[in-house]
Design a binder for this molecule. Structure first.
Ligand code: CP
Length: 380
């Protein structure tokens, strides 16, 4: 990230607008911390089912002292604001829970009852939240480019909760954590992303993140919905068919059909009659039960939600033991806790002493960990 693109008021690394801005070491710290908090949370509740990444891979070790601390003591009364200008269930509520579990005060802007209805724009709204003391502002918009808003803030870190069709960084992080719990590492794994790649900010973030973690990305779906205007779909392999993508995959991420983002051109490319296209979608491109049978037994099924049952995924596949849709939601809270810890510049005593970020996380100039380090299971 160039200096010219950095938010002026706060450290560039506190904000999360694009995963491109975060070094791999920071991404790994967030994933490790999320896994550690998940394990600590389950331990505190007396639950014995820990994710493999946390339990088997030794992930919790680096943060073990801090995991056991009361989060409020570390965080104090910090302030997080949520400003969702687009609807959300998972992201908004998990950010709220995440902030509360960190012991922060949370204000959640109700856009429908706010002065946005009187014409106040997004920049003014965010400046107002900052003036009230928000140190991290979690923002979802229909707008693709959040950088101007991040740069206009003086003290608060802007955290993207999904920006138009451009990026949904925390969704990609929680999907990665979900896959790491099963695989330990994504090095050499094939991840098939199926469906509306064209309009999906989730797909855009995966196109950025997964190759950095050593995964091979394969795209499949309706040809009219695979080409992204930002050109990023060209960086991934295009499977000849959805069936072949699924057969090759270690994990399948089925995308939400973004009906609300279809333009007149998109509709024409889908044959003009979108309802007819949707009526045949499951059979032609969706994860039907016969198609799920093509996925290897160790494969994973993910969907960012909200799911359109019997269109994108057959309802019966929800109960497939390989499905991780609810685990993704669960992991979202812990990933967002870890992202907010970055935004609020909270570091553990171990980190402050310089001992908690292992040498294995140091990066080479191209943002990739040194060869060999990528394979260290509990840091990938
Ligand atoms: N995956 C996701 O962003 O869901 P919500 O729109 O419900 O937040």
């Amino acid at each position: 990230m160039t200096d010219a693109r950095r938010p002026k008021g706060v450290s560039a690394l506190r904000a999360l607008i694009s995963l491109d801005d975060w070094p791999l070491a920071q991404i790994r710290r967030v994933l490790r911390r999320a896994a550690a908090w998940k394990a600590a949370f389950k331990r505190a509740r007396g639950e014995s089912e820990f994710g493999r990444m946390a339990e088997d891979k030794g992930t919790t070790g680096a943060f073990s002292k801090w995991d056991e601390m009361r989060f409020e003591r570390t965080v104090g009364r910090r302030t997080v604001a949520l400003a969702f200008f687009e609807p959300s269930t998972r992201t908004r509520l998990s950010f709220e829970l995440a902030a509360k579990r960190l012991g922060a005060d949370v204000v959640d802007l109700d856009v429908g009852r706010s002065s946005v209805q009187k014409g106040e724009d997004i920049a003014e709204t965010l400046a107002t939240l900052e003036a009230m003391g928000a140190e991290a502002i979690v923002v979802r918009t229909t707008i693709d480019d959040l950088r101007p808003y991040g740069e206009a803030l003086q003290r608060a870190a802007l955290v993207s909760a999904g920006a138009g069709m451009a990026e949904h960084p925390t969704q990609a992080l929680l999907d990665v954590l979900t896959m790491l719990e099963a695989f330990g590492s994504l090095e050499g794994k094939t991840v098939a992303v199926i469906g509306d790649v064209r309009h999906s900010r989730v797909a855009a973030s995966h196109l950025r993140l997964l190759p950095r973690l050593g995964a091979r990305l394969v795209l499949a779906g309706p040809p009219a919905l695979l080409e992204r205007e930002d050109g990023r779909s060209a960086t991934a392999i295009r499977a000849p068919s959805v069936d072949e993508a699924i057969e090759a995959a270690d994990a399948v991420i089925v995308l939400r059909l973004q009906k609300e983002r279809l333009t007149a051109v998109d509709r024409a490319m889908l044959g003009g009659d979108v309802d007819r296209f949707l009526a045949r979608y499951l059979e032609r491109y969706g994860l039907s039960a016969p198609r799920a049978a093509r996925l290897k037994p160790s494969g994973l099924i993910l969907h960012p939600g909200p799911v359109w049952p019997d269109v994108e995924i057959a309802r019966a596949v929800f109960d497939d033991p390989r499905a991780r849709i609810r685990v993704q939601v669960e992991n979202g809270v812990f990933v967002r806790m870890a992202v907010l810890a970055e935004a609020l510049a909270i570091s553990s005593p171990e980190e402050e002493a310089g001992s908690a970020v292992p040498a294995a996380c140091s990066e080479t100039g191209d943002g990739r960990a040194p060869v060999g380090v990528e394979r260290a299971p509990h840091y990938t």
